[in-house]
Design a protein around this ligand. Structure first.
Ligand code: PFF
Ligand code: NA
Length: 454
């Protein structure tokens, strides 16, 4: 085979990888979750801990996970099993992959419900219901939506069907191309909104809230939530990046791709936060309003901007798209595992898992109305419990084990060949994976058990 024939498919795989990975990372975690958990946990100090976790744990674990995918070349439990065999470690390492498969299904079951809110907002905005809307009116629209389980179930069903349709038919290439074009557009709208925010009086207060740390407000639980969110937002610790990593040709640099993913993801989150808190402080709203924060604030900004109908409608459309490109990566580890392990057709596996996700999602739908006061974990609704178990426990645990595997089980030679870092950086990378990331996760886990025992 000639060099040209070889390089062509590889180049397109590299593109597919970056598109898929950024599409997976940038999603509801950035635009919906980051602002509301930052608001609930007092702002600045929480944001600083989150940024430290992204830099010190998120980036190296993201690199390790992509590397494991490229080396293991299979669905995530099988990739871990292959590597464990290659490096003479216990076959139990495949459990890391399995727990990730489960985490993906659990996360997707609430992710689709929230994406359903965004699609409702897209429709409401498109038909003009949000023109010039004020904070109290949008607040009422949102609480009416949440109080109506049938509306939530309807949109949840729509999003699950869209996700399953895309994954079952394998038309992901089309979605990735759309994401390639739409994500820069989303970024552009955020910049437009940033310009609007900067012209508001409450802009300074928003910046102070997010970036002036007040450590007296920081609890160990807040640190756990910040750390968990670093995993959630980068899509790491559950095998999604492992699956995507297997697309990445050997000659492309994992560190470069990872830095780009982290940069894009962090920028979107911070922009969303700055804009949302400008609206919060400009309208006397509550920073700790919870999961509704995005939905109770941004329509007010669009309502006041010129061309707000257009920008608002486009914005919620792009949020739905960003959510879909994350949703397909949440179900992919489960689909490829079921497909290969149970010898099932890809489409059958996808529909089966989609049904499971849909069923579980009903619990989240009810968390905002009929089961509002029903607690599964202490003080936590069904939705809060799922979110807590996945983002704050399963992902950090999975990511920690991937770090340990890459740094202690994979040989130095194999790691160096995989990442091709200059010696000093390779040493820092190994030290981070061996010590900083796992010890960091353990300290945060242990402190929560001690300070807040169930
Ligand atoms: N990173 C996505 C977000 O920030 O919205 C959520 C996510 C996708 C988490 C895929 C985990 C994952 F595997
Ligand atoms: Na994200």
């Amino acid at each position: 085979m000639s060099a040209i024939e070889l390089s062509k498919p590889q180049w397109s795989s590299q593109k597919v990888f970056i598109l898929a990975a950024v599409g997976s990372a940038v999603g509801l975690g950035n635009i919906w979750k980051f602002p509301y958990i930052a608001g609930e946990n007092g702002g600045g100090a929480f944001v600083l801990v989150y940024l430290l976790c992204v830099a010190l744990i998120g980036l190296p674990v993201l690199m390790a996970e992509i590397g494991l995918g490229r080396m293991g070349k299979a669905n995530s439990p099988q990739a871990m099993a292959n590597l464990a065999a290659e490096f003479r470690a216990s076959p139990l390492w495949s459990l890391v992959g399995l727990s990730g498969v489960l985490a993906g299904v659990l996360i997707l079951s609430f992710y689709t419900v929230i994406a359903g809110w965004a699609i409702d907002y897209f429709v409401e905005s498109a038909v003009g219901h949000f023109r010039g809307i004020q904070a109290d009116a949008i607040g009422k629209h949102f609480s009416d939506l949440l109080a109506n389980p049938w509306a939530l179930l309807f949109w949840h069903t729509v999003i699950v069907l869209m996700t399953v349709g895309i994954v079952a038919k394998g038309v992901k290439g089309g979605l990735e191309k759309a994401v390639n074009f739409m994500m820069p557009l989303l970024f552009f709208i955020l910049l437009v909104l940033l310009g609007w925010s900067a012209s508001q009086q409450s802009f300074g207060e928003s910046l102070r809230f997010l970036f002036a740390p007040d450590f007296s407000k920081l609890t160990w639980e807040a640190v756990l939530i910040a750390m968990g969110h670093a995993f959630f937002t980068l899509s790491i610790g559950m095998g999604a990046m492992m699956v995507y990593g297997s697309y990445l040709p050997e000659r492309h640099s994992i560190p470069k791709a990872a830095v780009w993913i982290v940069f894009a993801d962090t920028a979107v989150a911070l922009l969303a936060g700055i804009i949302i808190f400008t609206v919060v402080f400009g309208n006397g709203l509550e920073p700790g309003a919870g999961p509704g924060l995005l939905f109770q604030t941004l329509p007010v900004a669009f309502g006041q901007m010129s061309g707000g109908w257009f920008w608002g409608t486009l914005f919620f459309f792009l949020v739905v798209l960003a959510a879909l490109s994350s949703a397909i990566s949440l179900i992919e580890p489960a689909v490829s595992w079921v497909e290969q392990n149970w010898r099932m057709k890809r489409s059958t596996a996808t529909w089966l898992l989609g049904f499971l996700v849909w069923l579980l999602g009903i619990g989240t739908v009810l968390s905002f109305n009929a089961w509002k006061h029903v607690h599964f974990l202490p003080g936590k609704t069904f939705f809060d419990s799922l979110d807590f178990i996945t983002a704050n426990i399963m992902l950090p645990l999975g990511g920690m084990l991937m770090a340990i595997f890459m740094a202690w089980v994979v040989s130095d030679k194999a790691r160096q060949a995989e990442f091709r870092l200059p010696p000093a950086l390779d040493g820092a990378f190994r030290f981070d994976l061996r010590a900083i990331a796992p010890v960091g996760v353990l300290i945060v886990f242990a402190s929560n058990l001690v300070s807040d025992p169930y």
